[in-house]
Write a protein that binds this ligand. Sequence first.
Ligand SMILES: [Zn+2]
Length: 176
Amino acid sequence: MANRAKNIRYIVVHCQAGHGTLKSMQDFWKTSLGWKSPGYATWIDYDGTRHRLADYNAVTNGVAGFNSQCLHMSYRGGVLQENVKVAADTRTQAQKNAILLEIIDMMHWLHENGNDLQNVMILGHYQFSDDKNKNGAIEPWERIKSCPSFDAYEEYAFLMEKENVLYHKLKLPKNR
Ligand SMILES: [Zn+2]
């Protein structure tokens, strides 16, 4: 498989828009949507455990129309436990930490594979405009309008500014 790192323009954060198990979500992808590849490369449980569902080099299904340019991750939750129709930032502190580590791992992978990171943005799913995202294949199980239930662009802007000087200074250990 050709390395797709140089084509990546977006690190995209999603929420599951539910609280089901990883297996229930994977079953839904396969059985109901007929997907051969997962929705995200990485799924983050309440305790911060990062489950790798696909290699970064494999295209996943997070934002129809953009997936060849995206690396996707999702956290479990993003809606109220008692009413899954209501979007809510339900991230635990462990999930917040894990999302940040996952972004940094993705940035490491991109950098190691020839992407200079100058044109990579970190976005929430809803920050892709609706008119560009004509294919609603990811609905209805996921509410695109609020996913991931917080402003990922604002929260992670510090990683994108100053041309990733911070990234080079952090040198966080890779945990996989
Ligand atoms: Zn999403």
